[in-house]
Design a protein around this ligand. Structure first.
Ligand SMILES: [Fe+2]
Ligand SMILES: [Fe+2]
Length: 324
């Protein structure tokens, strides 16, 4: 069955029935003490939040059978709340085999072939001059090849898509190499290795199926997060490879400080130039990704919905925008 309605082209007041993929789903209790269903629906063009109000106990039983990663058919209306489109779900049921869905309509994927992105990263890792750093980067890429080919970089935010982690690493690397040309105090080996390893433990922080859809955090990811997990893993890898103590600590510091703020998970701020730059490469790539996402499908000359990850800003799409 072909999809007719896609997330990024839904307009306020549309009333429609179509299939979506469930990203997350839960029954909550509203301020009026009534239960409601809160869910995120997605397709290859994006995500949208939906609510189904006044859920009865019996309905809750049925709804509990729908899980993240399931396909559902919904009848809904598009409302606007706080300058953001939201679905008022009127009916919802789980998708069935007979629906014969074309899965490519639902899966959001990085725009480049995962194998090619992977090869790009391996070539860059091979070009690292410092033997220890080269071994670290290559060990990670080799050991984790199979998961890297599909893993997203997040559950919901930036690069929450099939092979999103590779895409994030590739563009950070491209930008990082240019930054090394402009700021010649930067050491390319550390930038390349830092980019490749900075989010390595996203693989164990978030769960993902082979379509790059994440149903949630892992136990360790929930309690520790990819920064702490990354430091632990670098320690183990360094011991295996025989990386010297100073380099090990410096790599750990790059991972530790890449989110910059304690509130975002970094206990320390960067203390050497390559670590400083790593943070900004990460920021630039995640923010511009958010622009691409939020403005896809928006008509030139118009504004996006509010973007939570960009402080709730609405973004403008100029008439010359290259975003489709
Ligand atoms: Fe990170
Ligand atoms: Fe990152």
């Amino acid at each position: 069955m072909q999809k007719e309605f896609f997330v990024n082209t839904l307009n306020v007041d549309d009333d429609f029935t179509d299939f979506f993929l469930v990203k997350d789903i839960s029954v909550k209790i509203g301020s009026n003490h009534k239960k409601y269903l809160d869910l995120t629906l997605s397709d290859r063009t994006g995500d949208i939040n939906g609510k189904k109000w006044d859920v009865s106990d019996e309905e809750e039983m049925n709804l509990s059978r729908i899980k993240a990663g399931d396909y559902v058919k919904v009848h809904a209306q598009v409302n606007e709340w706080n300058n953001t489109r939201q679905l008022r779900v009127l009916r919802i049921r789980k998708g069935q085999k007979e629906d014969k869905l074309d899965l490519s309509e639902f899966i959001k994927a990085a725009p480049e072939d995962p194998e090619e992105m992977y090869e790009f990263l391996v070539k860059k890792a091979e070009s690292i001059g410092d033997e220890g750093l080269r071994k670290m980067a290559l060990k990670f890429l080799t050991d984790e090849k199979s998961r890297l080919l599909y893993y997203p970089a997040a559950m919901k935010n930036h690069h929450a898509e099939y092979a999103g982690l590779l895409w994030h690493m590739k563009r950070m690397l491209m930008l990082g190499e240019r930054a090394c040309e402009v700021y010649d105090i930067l050491d390319r080996d550390w930038i390349v290795c830092g980019v490749i390893l900075h989010d390595m433990e996203k693989l164990n922080e978030i769960q993902s199926n082979e379509l790059g859809i994440s149903p949630g955090y892992t136990f360790e990811g929930q309690l520790l997060g990819h920064i702490t997990q990354g430091i632990k893993t670098v320690e183990l890898m360094a011991r295996e490879i025989g990386l010297d103590a100073e380099k090990t600590v410096m790599l750990e510091h790059m991972i530790e400080s890449h989110h910059y703020e304690p509130d975002f998970g970094s206990p320390k701020k960067p203390m050497f130039a390559e670590a400083e730059m790593l943070h900004y490469l990460d920021m630039v790539d995640s923010k511009l990704f958010d622009y691409e996402e939020a403005l896809a499908g928006v008509a030139p000359g118009c504004f996006s919905d509010r973007v939570r990850t960009l402080d709730g800003r609405m973004l403008y799409k100029p008439t010359f925008s290259k975003i489709k």
